[in-house]
Design a protein around this ligand. Sequence first.
Ligand SMILES: C[S@@+](CC[C@H](N)C(=O)[O-])C[C@H]1O[C@@H](n2cnc3c(N)ncnc32)[C@H](O)[C@@H]1O
Length: 326
Amino acid sequence: MTKSAEQPTPSVDATPDVELARAVVAGLSQPQKTLPCALLYDARGSALFEQITALPEYYPTRTEAAILAGAASDIAAHTPPGSLLVEFGSGSSRKTEILLEALPSLAAYVPIDVSQTALEDARARLAGRFPALRIIPIRGDFTQQLVLPQTLAKRPRLGFFPGSTIGNFAPLEACALLRQMGQSLGPCGRLLIGVDLQKDLARLISAYDDAAGVTALFNLNLLHRINREMGADFAVDRFAHVALYNGAEGRIEMHLESLTAQTVALGGRRFDFAEGERIHTENSYKYTVAQFHELAAGAGWTPRRLWTDAEDLFSLHELTPHDAHP
Ligand SMILES: C[S@@+](CC[C@H](N)C(=O)[O-])C[C@H]1O[C@@H](n2cnc3c(N)ncnc32)[C@H](O)[C@@H]1O
């Protein structure tokens, strides 16, 4: 993982060019063309995601925020003073403010994200609201081992992984990621994780295909990003956003569908698209509480506490390592 710094590293807001190019070419070379969903979050993508979180159809953010507000004092009661709050995929860190308010004695807050602008914006806002809080942003990939400054290495760690970002990973990858987070948080660590729940299809689909078309812009922005950063020539208006529910896999899928037969030049290669052919850009797995408990247990975590909303739309779990004391 990118090493921590008190200031986020300057310069780019993008995955380094070589990595981006490798990921894009590999994804588009598969029989089912695919792009990694982390690439959705360049500066514009992160800003669009923020707009999505405020849409009437997008229930996860406001529901998780309300659950957190209700659970915050309970969470604080189990968090020793001097702990580190480590957030995976922190984005705007807006929901985190609820936790930060309840945890005034943290040693530091460590937000981790691939998006440089999201980290910078969050840092500036949080520094204004919590002037005494030490903030250590890490621009990097949360699937990699966490590297913290030596002076903080012995602090107890509370991991925070909200937004149901775990749902972007297929179950085997999700299990590996949760195991990796266990290593990053250490034997005394705890993980607070937000997980979106199975629910009626109409509600699920509209959350990923809103009437105002913001999710479509978010998805299509990936092609603008590849054009800009790789010199590709995607005709973005010849692709359409598609959100569908894959019942066999229990997940929402986002795709970009080619509206015509066309060829795209990219990285010295050409990629042919048939009319109707799709690029698979994101999965969002939905779980029952029992399914998620089974996943977490398989990754070495014991579910300790669970909070949900009155409609059972969303769940917040507190996990501890299998051999930890409650
Ligand atoms: C679904 S958004 C959630 C944002 C925020 N935590 C929330 O709950 O609203 C996912 C966030 O994770 C970040 N992200 C996605 N994949 C990542 C990765 N592999 N490493 C680090 N950050 C990642 C994105 O940039 C984005 O900010």
